[in-house]
Design a protein around this ligand. Structure first.
Ligand SMILES: [Zn+2]
Ligand SMILES: [Zn+2]
Length: 295
C-alpha cells in the first residue's frame, strides 16, 4: 500500500457551473469554424477588440485594477460592461483577484501561479469551487473603491446576463436580411460573436497568467517570474509586456520600448488627445523597480 500523502486542500472541489460553461463555450467555438462568413468574422473581431481590448486590457486591468489613468464615470462604466462580456467575471471579482496576484506574485497565495502547474495557472484555478478566488469576503477587502459604486456591485452579481442580451441582439441582427429571416445565419453570428470570440478572449487573457509567467525575456529583476512576451502582447492588446508591468504596475503604458507594440497604450494616447483620459501615469524604461507599491 502506498504511504504517499496526497495534500489536496479540502475546498478544491470541481465547480460544475464554471466547468460546464467553459466546455459549452469551447464546443460552440469549434462549431463556429463551420459557419464562416466575412460578416461573422468582422463582428467577431469588432467584439474581440471591444471586450478583450477596451473591456479587459484598458478597463478591468489598467483602469479598474491599477487606476493608471482617469476617465469620465460613464466611460468607466462602459469599459466595465465591455469587460463583463468576456465571461471573465464581474469587475469586483476580476480586480480583487488581480490585485491579489500582484501582492503575492508567484508566492503562496497567488491565485494563479505557474509554480503550482502550467495548467493550474492557465485555467485550473478557475475550475475549483471555494478556493481564494471565490472567497467574496476576502476579495471585497481588495476592492473598496469599486464596492462604493452600486453599479459595480450590481454588475459583479449579474455580469453574465449581458452576454445573453448581446447573444439575442446578434441572433436577430445576423438572421435578418433582405430575403427574410434565416435561423442558421442568426446562429452563425452568435457562434462567432459570442462563443468563438469569448473562447479566444479567455485563452488570450489566461495566457497572461500562464505563458508570461513562464516564457519570454526579463528586462526587470522583479521578485516574481514575469516575462515580456511578444506573442501574448499581440493577442491581448499589449498585456504581454508583463515583466514591465510587474515592475511598474501603475504605469498605463506596458510596452515601454518603442518596439514593444502596445495597442492599449496607443488607444489611450488617442483618448488623451481627445480629452477623454487624464492623469495618465507612465513609467520610464530606466526607472527603478516600483513593484513594492503594487496596485
Ligand atoms: Zn503576473
Ligand atoms: Zn496588473
Amino acid at each position: 500500500m502506498s504511504t504517499e500523502v496526497i495534500d489536496l486542500p479540502i475546498d478544491n472541489k470541481l465547480n460544475w457551473v464554471t466547468t460546464s460553461v467553459l466546455i459549452f463555450i469551447h464546443v460552440g467555438a469549434i462549431a463556429a469554424l463551420f459557419m464562416f462568413s466575412w460578416k461573422n468574422l468582422a463582428v467577431g473581431l469588432l467584439l474581440y477588440w471591444m471586450c478583450t481590448g477596451l473591456g479587459i486590457s484598458l478597463g478591468y486591468h489598467r483602469l479598474h485594477t491599477h487606476r493608471s489613468f482617469k476617465v469620465p464615470i460613464w466611460l468607466e462604466y462602459f469599459f466595465a460592461v465591455c469587460g463583463s462580456l468576456t465571461l471573465e467575471g464581474g469587475p469586483i471579482f476580476w480586480v480583487a483577484t488581480h490585485r491579489l496576484h500582484h501582492q503575492k506574485s508567484d508566492q503562496p497565495g497567488d491565485p494563479h501561479s505557474p509554480r503550482d502547474g502550467a495548467w493550474w495557472s492557465h485555467v485550473g484555478w478557475l475550475l475549483v469551487g471555494e478556493s481564494k478566488h471565490n472567497n467574496t469576503k476576502l476579495l471585497a477587502k481588495y476592492t473598496p473603491d469599486l464596492g462604493k459604486h452600486r453599479f459595480y456591485r450590481w454588475l459583479n452579481s449579474y455580469h453574465w446576463t449581458l452576454t445573453f442580451v448581446l447573444a439575442a441582439i446578434l441572433f436577430i441582427a445576423g438572421g435578418y436580411s433582405a430575403s427574410g429571416f434565416s435561423t442558421k445565419a442568426g446562429v452563425g453570428m452568435v457562434l462567432w460573436g459570442i462563443f468563438l470570440r469569448i473562447c479566444l478572449g479567455l485563452h488570450a487573457t489566461w495566457a497572461v497568467n500562464s505563458a508570461t509567467h513562464m516564457w519570454g525575456g526579463r528586462r526587470f529583476a522583479t521578485r516574481d517570474d514575469s516575462r515580456n512576451n511578444l506573442a501574448v502582447a499581440l493577442i491581448t492588446f499589449g498585456e504581454g509586456w508583463h515583466n514591465n508591468h510587474h515592475a511598474h504596475p501603475t504605469s498605463a503604458r506596458h510596452g515601454l520600448a518603442w518596439y514593444e507594440f502596445d495597442i492599449s497604450w496607443i488607444t489611450l494616447k488617442l483618448m488623451k488627445a481627445a480629452g477623454l483620459a487624464k492623469n495618465v501615469r507612465v513609467a520610464k524604461i530606466n526607472a527603478p523597480l516600483a513593484e513594492e507599491k503594487a496596485a
